[in-house]
Design a protein around this ligand. Structure first.
Ligand code: M6R
Length: 364
């Protein structure tokens, strides 16, 4: 049950440090500082292309995973929405790996895509949260997330657990492909193990986010910007806000803004910028300045260093702990979830059962 929380979504957001730690326990050996995956009976070093298919929030986890597989293991990754994949005659090479990501393990389009890939002789791996689901049963390689039952229609804890599994899997591929040294693997393990504490530190800012939610709640349109592996988080933030507060929101890669969406900017459009300090920070700051010059009202989500550099003049700022870029997508999921949650509470919508949506989409 909900315990001290008002909604299942809120409870599930706050469970993330625990369930991410629980999920990581099955994929890491902390003392040896190694990634440990379930018995895999195919030759990973022979996999030269990965196809990842999913829907909704699970698709955004796939987008983040593409960065990781390509940068760690140098394996090319195709990603697609299941509803597009199944009708586009995808090219599947012999010996390829097809990876499906799903909280429920029952999403109709994802399941149809899985069966298509199976018929085409692909090895089928699934990252699922419901271990008794159809996808879990039909997989060659089952990679469970241990988020526990997710009741809120808006997916939260399943997403961060998916990211935890995918980061470990990408590192495992890199090791098997000879692209990652034992020392690099050890560092990845250390960084992943920092995630639960960093998620807690992010959750500590719940009250700040609640306090600024009334600034966003009256908006008709909201834009989310992010770069690199944090770009999918911009998409995820926009999806969460749409789903539960019914405010129109869009996520954009920061650098794409001047190719169109900047035309929308005026003093009525809040722009939520996800920008951990780091090599790409300056680029994002210049995108922010373009927004500010047009009267746009910025909410900057960054760490203390980023806020010190660029927080001035923003409508609001949300401080995140300073984290390694690997775990930033997990940590920055928290403020976008909480922002959507508190805005929905201000608007008084049905957070756990938003209109027109089902928890699991089992029809095409
Ligand atoms: O169970 P699945 O992960 O396959 O579900 C996919 C989407 O339907 C799901 O992520 C949906 O977008 C959520 N409502 C997002 O919050």
């Amino acid at each position: 049950e909900k315990g001290n929380f008002h909604h299942f979504m809120q409870k599930e957001i706050f469970e993330q440090p625990t369930v991410v730690a629980q999920t990581l326990r099955s994929y890491l050996r902390p003392l040896e500082r190694k990634v440990a995956l379930p018995q895999i009976d195919f030759d990973i070093s022979a996999v030269d292309r990965i196809t990842i298919v999913a829907c909704g929030t699970s698709y955004y986890a796939a987008m983040v995973a593409k960065y990781w597989f390509e940068s760690f293991a140098r394996v090319p990754v195709d990603i697609d929405f299941a509803s597009e994949f199944r009708y586009r005659e995808p090219i599947l090479t012999k010996g390829g790996l097809a990876l499906f990501i799903s909280q429920s393990g029952e999403t109709a389009d994802t399941l149809a895509a899985l069966r298509h890939c199976k018929a085409e002789g692909q090895t089928i791996a699934v990252v699922v949260n419901v271990p008794t689901s159809t996808m879990a049963r039909e997989a060659d390689l089952l990679l469970p997330t241990h988020a526990g039952p997710e009741i809120g229609v808006a997916s939260t804890k399943a997403f961060t657990c998916q990211l935890a599994v995918l980061a470990a899997l990408a590192a495992h591929f890199a090791v098997k492909k000879g692209r990652m040294s034992a020392e690099e693997e050890a560092q990845i393990v250390d960084h992943l193990l920092e995630a639960p504490a960093a998620l807690n530190a992010a959750l500590d800012h719940d009250e700040d986010i609640k306090a600024m939610a009334p600034l966003v709640a009256p908006a008709r349109d909201v834009l989310y910007l992010g770069r690199g592996p944090d770009f999918p988080l911009a998409l995820e933030g926009a999806l969460k806000l749409k789903e539960i507060s019914y405010i129109h929101a869009e996520g954009y890669a920061s650098g794409e803004m001047k190719h169109g969406p900047i035309a929308l900017i005026d003093e009525h459009v809040p722009v939520i910028v996800l920008a951990p300090s780091g090599p790409l920070f300056e680029k994002t700051v210049s995108n922010m300045q373009e927004v500010a010059a047009r009267g746009g009202r910025i909410v900057l989500i960054s760490d203390a260093e980023g806020l010190a550099e660029a927080g001035e003049g923003c409508m609001a700022t949300i401080e995140m702990p300073k984290v390694h870029p690997l775990i930033a997508p997990l940590v920055y999921a928290v403020p976008v979830q909480l922002l959507a949650y508190h805005v929905a509470c201000v608007k008084g919508t049905d957070v756990d059962q938003p209109r027109n949506l089902a928890k699991s989409v089992t029809v095409e």
